[in-house]
Design a protein around this ligand. Structure first.
Ligand SMILES: Nc1ncnc2c1ncn2[C@@H]1O[C@H](COP(=O)(O)OP(=O)(O)OP(=O)(O)O)[C@@H](O)[C@H]1O
Ligand code: SF4
Ligand SMILES: [Mg+2]
Length: 343
């Protein structure tokens, strides 16, 4: 599979007079063609800033302070605005966490959609047909009348769909989806996720899906990076992550997942709150909340190491969650047990 994107040791900081918030602290991952790669973690762990960096869309005073973002080998982190414009919304599109920040309230949906294919020099009628086709694809009823409406005439779910239609307008190779279903009701959430999955297959694109919900990861993703305090703390394929998590934080996140048969598993939600990214503790950033923390954890930062083939974890004690039995139910109904090769 072709490697589409490679994020290497990315650092993002928000400096102020008083302190510097290290929002992204050495994040590395790769995304291959046609895969859905998940980024999961609690609020404030750096998911959105990682995505925004990829399109050069950090808000002031945030800036990339180190690392590379290689898209098909070219470093996006070094590109000027003009070079970025050629990629943004064309090769790589983003669905934002807040639908209204990316839809322009004073422009008709049609105008906003046409911008995505302005480079293609289509006739007015061809543009209209293409926009209608996209609205139909994302499940907007009566697209002929909806196309010329304004965002405020759309319900929350329809706005989200319109945003996806705009993001897909230029047939991107990579879609960055930042919590694309937050604030939508569960039925619509499900529809949008199914839609993204279907579009990924039909258009052959890759997706980076940001969520705080491991259930969504199980449903959608091929591989996953779990983030904590601006760092990747665990990364592997989805099935392995659920059947044999190696980081206590991931293990804790699973405690908030509903499972049909959780008898026998010790599933507990994580106590305490996320750390202040301007003042991280000396040792492992998760240590104050980790029930497995020992002396070394409070003194030394763990590195991200390979704990099994293709499985990375940032923990001094990656075997400590061993008793965990894979009891997480996948959407296909399968309950995947622990892989004996990892035992
Ligand atoms: N404008 C800003 N000024 C200072 N710090 C900021 C700013 N925006 C974000 N941050 C910092 O960056 C960190 C990471 O933010 P980010 O938006 O990536 O979180 P997230 O993982 O997307 O969270 P959520 O799930 O709530 O969207 C936050 O903890 C915050 O401290
Ligand atoms: S390094 Fe220690 S404190 Fe950090 S997650 Fe691992 S066991 Fe817990
Ligand atoms: Mg976010």
């Amino acid at each position: 599979m072709e490697k589409l994107l490679e994020v290497k040791d990315l650092h993002v900081a928000f400096p102020s007079k008083r302190e510097t918030v290290r929002a992204v602290d050495g994040v590395s991952f790769e995304v291959y063609q046609g895969e859905t790669f998940g980024l999961v973690g609690e609020s404030g762990c750096g998911k959105s800033q990682t995505l925004r960096s990829i399109l050069g869309l950090l808000k002031q005073p945030g800036r990339i302070t180190g690392g590379q973002i290689l898209y098909r080998g070219a470093d996006i982190a070094q590109m000027n605005d003009r070079a970025l414009q050629k990629i943004r919304g064309k090769e790589i599109s983003m669905i934002f966490q807040e639908p209204m920040t990316s839809l322009n309230p004073v422009l008709r949906i049609s105008t906003q959609m046409y911008e995505a294919f302005e480079d293609e020099k289509l006739s007015k009628e061809a543009k209209r047909q293409r926009a209608l086709e996209l609205l139909r694809l994302v499940g907007i009823p009566s697209p002929e009348t909806r196309l010329d409406e304004y965002p405020h005439q759309f319900s929350g779910g329809m706005r989200q769909r319109a945003m996806i239609a705009i993001a897909l307008g230029a047939r991107p190779k990579l879609l960055l989806a930042d919590e694309p279903t937050t604030a939508l009701d569960v039925t619509i959430q499900d529809q949008i996720m199914n839609l993204l999955d279907q579009l990924k297959r039909e258009l052959g694109m890759s997706i980076i899906l940001v969520t705080h919900d491991l259930g969504v990861i199980a449903q959608m993703c091929d591989r996953v990076a779990v983030m904590y305090a601006g760092q990747v703390v665990e990364m592997t394929d989805t099935v392995t992550l659920f059947s044999r998590p190696r980081h206590p934080y991931t293990y804790g996140l699973m405690g908030s997942l509903p499972s049909e048969d959780s008898a026998g598993a010790t599933l507990e939600a994580i106590q305490g709150s996320p750390p202040n990214l301007a003042h991280l503790p000396e040792g492992c950033p998760f240590a104050p909340r980790c029930r497995f923390a020992c002396e070394v954890c409070h003194k030394e930062r763990p590195n991200l190491l390979e704990v099994a083939p293709g499985h990375l974890a940032r923990c001094h004690r990656p075997d400590v969650t061993e008793g965990f039995q894979g009891l997480i139910q996948f959407p296909d109904g399968a309950v995947r047990e622990e892989d004996p090769s990892h035992a």
